[in-house]
Design a protein around this ligand. Structure first.
Ligand code: GDP
Ligand code: GDP
Length: 452
């Protein structure tokens, strides 16, 4: 379990800038999907030897109405779930009423807060940030998120107190995996139940779908072996395959008074994705694809998990409307062309059974053995079909490939100047491998190593 750091502040103080700086290191997979250009609102961050979840709460001003109020509500929820809050203010713009509104809220909750004066590049940081002491939240950290200045010190201070509670946040150096290790991992994965997380924003129908699945005659549900802090794990069997359903909607959770507020949780969702082998992302057909859906998709892609998309509430729609929705899905989800999309009605049960075929397929693909000889052969074919470009006057030369891991399949390519391959060529390779290996339902990750 990783700690959660929330970025809070009014619009334009530099939250996205800081967010991007913190999450970029782990963006390799997402960078390969050009359709996903939206700012993601949460992601996994890495700083020196530590990792954590960072949530950009979006701009809160403290006096929202209507739809903004709902968004602010989500932000407050994120703050609620955070272990540390970084409250950003703009040292250049000075203190505004909205800053005070947010500070009022933060002072009321019992949470570790750091006031961060951003944009201190080229100004006298000490004098420009002094006025923020009056927010009553203690010491002011000065940073320039755009240039990285002060960020390292800020994180040292913010993450240090979390170490005892979150031992997992320390990144242990991994030995580079050899093929034997990858193969051992693969066999282990194949022998285990498939961990399937059902995720989606509030009200898309996750609970209805989970209940529907658990109620199916072909499904045998076992006793729960206890719960973690957040999601509930439900072991089940279907078509002689074992699954563990990770229920983020809290279907099987004991009812609590705070249920309504607790029901949707960003952190719970992120953790469920990390723990899953396959993610079933539920989207509401009637709402189309929202920023929140894209945000979740970004996290699924980043995690490398297999993915099946269920467009729910497909009942009672006219053919015209259905055609429109399908067109929108094609247009906006083109970048996840590896994932199967199902149109279902959790309420009536239609299409639900077929989901499992895609889940199985995705997991098989994610754990399908890929050997060195075959990979190298496919790589050579790709290279013949479409030569890598010249870099600094020399042609990039890929020499051989081997498996570096599974779920997602990792293909390690060795060669000369392979680090310099443009992303368009990497995408070409990815698609080439996908076709040749007949892999569906999982992203493929390609890693490049210089030399032999
Ligand atoms: P958000 O709305 O809080 O997410 O703010 P953004 O990250 O979008 O930043 C708002 C503006 O401030 C952008 O034009 C950024 O380029 C700029 N900005 C962010 N960080 C810095 C910084 O450290 N120094 C300066 N000078 N500008 C910054
Ligand atoms: P969750 O928040 O994602 O767990 O969503 P719920 O399962 O609680 O469903 C939210 C609302 O959508 C409820 O009123 C459900 O009855 C409704 N709903 C769920 N699935 C469907 C469906 O397939 N069709 C229709 N028409 N409504 C649905």
């Amino acid at each position: 379990m990783l700690p959660v750091v929330a970025l809070v502040g009014r619009p334009n103080v530099g939250k996205s800038t800081l967010f991007n700086r913190l999450t970029n290191t782990r963006d390799a997979l997402v960078a390969d999907y050009p359709g996903l250009t939206r700012d993601r609102k949460y992601g996994q961050a890495k700083f020196e030897k530590r990792q954590f979840i960072v949530v950009d709460t979006g701009g809160i001003t403290g006096d929202e109405e209507g739809i903004d109020a709902e968004m602010a509500q989500q932000s407050l929820l994120a703050i609620e779930e955070a272990d540390v809050v970084l409250f950003l203010v703009d040292a250049r713009a000075g203190m505004l009423p909205a800053d005070q509104g947010i500070a009022d809220h933060l002072r009321r909750i019992n949470k570790k807060v750091f006031v961060v004066a951003n944009k201190v590049d080229g100004i006298d940081g000490d004098s420009e940030s002094a006025e923020f002491y009056s927010l009553g939240l203690g010491e002011i950290k000065q940073i320039a998120a755009a240039h990285g200045r002060g960020v390292s010190q800020l994180l040292q201070d913010a993450l240090k107190p979390l170490e005892t509670d979150f031992p997992d946040m320390e990144i242990v150096d991994e030995e580079p995996e050899e093929e034997e290790d990858a193969e051992t991992q693969r066999q282990r994965l194949q022998a285990l139940p498939i961990k399937l997380a059902i995720v989606g924003k509030p009200n898309v129908g996750k609970s209805t779908l989970t209940n529907r699945i658990l109620g199916e005659e072909r499904v045998v549900v076992f006793d729960m072996p206890g719960t973690t802090r957040d999601s509930v794990y439900i072991p089940m069997e279907r078509d002689e395959r074992e699954y563990i359903l990770i229920d983020t909607a809290g279907v099987r959770k004991r009812r609590k008074i705070s249920e309504a507020v607790e029901k949707f949780s960003i952190v719970k969702t992120l953790q469920a994705i990390e723990e899953a082998n396959v993610v079933l992302l539920v989207i509401d057909a009637r709402e189309g694809i929202t920023d929140q859906d894209l945000s979740l998709l970004g996290f699924v892609l980043n995690s490398g998990r297999s993915l099946v998309v269920a467009v729910n509430k497909w009942d009672g729609l006219s053919t015209d409307v259905k055609d429109d929705i399908k067109r929108e899905m094609d247009r906006r989800l083109g970048f996840i062309d590896f994932a199967r999309i199902h149109f279902i009605s959790a309420l009536h049960g239609s299409g639900v059974g077929n989901l499992f075929e895609s889940v199985q397929e995705a997991y098989m693909s994610a754990t399908k053995r890929i050997n060195t000889a075959l990979l190298t052969q496919i790589m050579e074919m790709a290279q013949d079909d479409h030569q890598p470009p010249l870099v600094r006057g020399r042609r990039v030369k890929m020499k051989y490939a081997h498996a570096g891991g599974y779920n997602p399949p990792v293909i390690v390519i060795h060669g000369n100047q392979v680090d310099d391959l443009p992303s368009s060529y990497k995408r070409f390779l990815m698609n080439y491998f996908r076709k040749a290996l007949e892999i569906m339902g999982t992203p493929i990750k390609i890693e490049f190593r210089e030399g032999n």
